[in-house]
Design a binder for this molecule. Sequence first.
Ligand SMILES: [Zn+2]
Length: 572
Amino acid sequence: MYKYFIFILCFVYWSVQINGQTILTPFERSNGKQTATYDEIIDFYKQLSNKFSSVQIMQDAPLSADAQYPLSTVIFNGKHLGNDTVVTILINNGIHAGEPDGIDACMMLMRDAATGKVKIPDNIVLVVIPVFNIGGVLNRTNYSRANQAGPESYGFRGNWQNLDLNRDFIKLDAPETHSLESIFHIFKTDIFIDNHVSDGADYQHIMTLLATQHDKLGGETGAFMNDVFVPLVYKDMKKRGYDLVPYVNDFRTTPDNGWTEFYDPPRFSSGYAALSHIMAFVPETHMLKPFDQRVKATYELMCSFINIASVHAKEIKSARKNDIKTTLGQLEFPLSWKVDTSKFAMINFKGYEAGYKASNVSGMLRLYYDHKKPFTKQVPFYNYFVPDKMVTAPQYYVIQQGWKEVISRLSVNHVKFVQMQNDTTITLSVYRIEKYETQNHPYEKHYQHYNVSVTKHTETIHLIKGDYLIPTQQEAKRYLVETLEPTGPDGFFAWNFFDAILQEKEYYSDYVFEDVAAQMLEKNADLRKLLDDQKLKDTVFAKDGRAQLDFVYRHSPYYEPEHMRYPIFRID
Ligand SMILES: [Zn+2]
């Protein structure tokens, strides 16, 4: 074991020296066939940071990961951090560790930036997460990406808890995602890039680009991204030899008649970034293209982002600043969006003709793409979305201190609180959960709720010292509304954080409560009328003695107010 360790050290030393001080990556040493292991990645960046003062590697708390290895962040031009005119680009790699293209591309990019081969302008701070899903990268395999052309071996999609980290940005089940959200805020990210490899249809493009949905990003930033930034990236990448196409979001049919843009709610990294008015991109290289081509395309795309961001730094900074300010005055917020099929962009799609032939497995017809029949044509891309469900933001949300899991997630997102100094009783706006449905199967460790409907009323609530008042007049306003409103499809209620309120804790014995209920009806004419009206409205109810007794119980002071009462209150 010791001898083996010495050999490894010598090999690293040799590889540095033999190339005249150029530190080569495992990708380069294998002629584009291999991706770096976790140890190789970290060793490489440590060597870079030892050799070049422009590169810093950070492995400090709170940057922890679930596999007991620190989550690392590598920074270029770090000395310019905090400067108001500087654009911070955060690049995340290996969130799906079986899709390692960005890992190897960024190793070369950071080295080339350090040696000056690639010029990173002074108004760009580059923050790279060398590998995000550390548990996944350590779980190396040759098979988990059945339809991917290399590398020779690679990590697994799930982390140590078998979570898909790119669904974790609201629920935050994984410590890695907690860390990444801290990184977003610590570095005041302006542009976020999350490198992936696609699945799905076959076509000629090596690189596809998913931009966060521009209407949903909204404001000046959404318009700038869609009208200026993305077209410039397409133009620049064409010059670099890559025809981009939007992420081919079509998994049921062939894409030759166009497709609808991928809708990225905040559970995804790009949708999460959009909550903070950050331009976000998910490059998806095509899985059937050889690994070396995919990595080179990713490298060029990162360079393209850097150059265009540098030229347009002023517009990027000003758009985001204005959007944060505008959002403070915004009253109505969309919680969900739907595609507007009346509008679309036409895009240049380079595909392959699809056909059907008999399957050698089942004998049934199967799809295939004919590489001898490439085509280029204009297809519609439905990339306009309109708000679906709207909600009005309150002045404050009020949350009792017992909901610690929610409070900790707000803290990660730099939400500002005021804690009550004394016990008090106060009238607040309160939601009651009237109806909801729950998924039958777990999705990323949760049985999500959907189709949630609520009623709203005012109620006197007793708060105690230490409970939280959360003003919505803060930078995190959109995050607060989308996570704390109970009807939000990606809110904390949907993700099961408040399931305890859905179950009654106390109840009654029928034979005892019969007499209490009868007395109540005798003394309370309004309650009697309510019961009689319900019997007239509902004939099944009119014949159900048990249901009627329960109706009286639920309209009596004995019924616990906490049941179905959404525990985040509002000051409107
Ligand atoms: Zn992926």
